[in-house]
Design a protein around this ligand. Structure first.
Ligand code: GDP
Length: 198
């Protein structure tokens, strides 16, 4: 699946811009600067497929990635939770995300990326609440796991697990990744392959 050449297809600013629901979708969500672009690049083995945004929150689109006839589509959701976002930007984001999560029957799972240096922030919990109410399957992915010092990561994992436990019944097990060290990327690929197989 990830040996294929993945390409950027389009950026969608409105729900009507989305491609047809002809294949399984997975989506990636996370606060700006969480390492979402880096993770998508590591996953697809492309150096600069998802553009790392140096301007936090600049990308206000659902970015679509596909690989030829692969039975999977990757959706890069706009980063959220950046402090200085104008209210109007937040409103536009919320409306787009809400519409996408509520009305996408082929969306199999959202990977919610959480910065492994800090653990969940309030904005992450807001998104988890949104996913709970949309009844969309989601899985937490800790990013930048190479950053915390020994011992610190365990604390962050424990704290994150506690927060996940507050959100609904069963959730797939949290993934721990480092795009920099390429740790946990094979695990993420295996989860995605499993989703497609069932
Ligand atoms: P995005 O805004 O969520 O798309 O985040 P980016 O992928 O652009 O990453 C934001 C910053 O975090 C960049 O400076 C990356 O180099 C850095 N970063 C991303 N992933 C990792 C990682 O696994 N380890 C470390 N140490 N830094 C990372």
């Amino acid at each position: 699946l990830f040996a294929r050449p993945w390409d950027f297809v389009k950026g969608c600013v409105r729900i009507d811009d989305l491609p047809p629901t002809d294949r399984t979708e997975i989506a990636f969500a996370g606060r700006s600067n969480v390492g979402k672009s880096s993770l998508i690049n590591a996953l697809t083995g492309r150096v600069n497929l998802a553009r790392t945004s140096n301007t936090p929150g600049r990308t206000q689109e659902l970015n679509i990635f596909e690989a030829n006839d692969a039975p999977l589509r990757i959706v890069d959701m706009p980063g959220y939770g950046f402090a200085k976002a104008p209210k109007k930007t937040v409103e536009t984001w919320t409306r787009l995300i809400h519409a996408y999560l509520q009305g996408r029957p082929n969306l199999r799972r959202v990977f919610v990326l959480i910065d492994g240096r800090h653990g969940p922030k309030p904005a992450d919990e807001t998104v988890m609440n949104e996913l709970d109410s949309a009844a969309v399957s989601y899985q937490i992915v800790l990013t930048k796991a190479d950053k915390p010092k020994a011992g610190e990561l365990e604390k962050i994992v424990a704290k994150t697990d506690q927060i996940i436990a507050k959100h609904g019944a069963a959730h797939p097990e949290m993934l721990i990744t480092s795009s920099e060290k390429k740790d946990g990327i094979d695990g993420l690929r295996a989860v995605i392959a499993q989703l497609l197989a069932t």
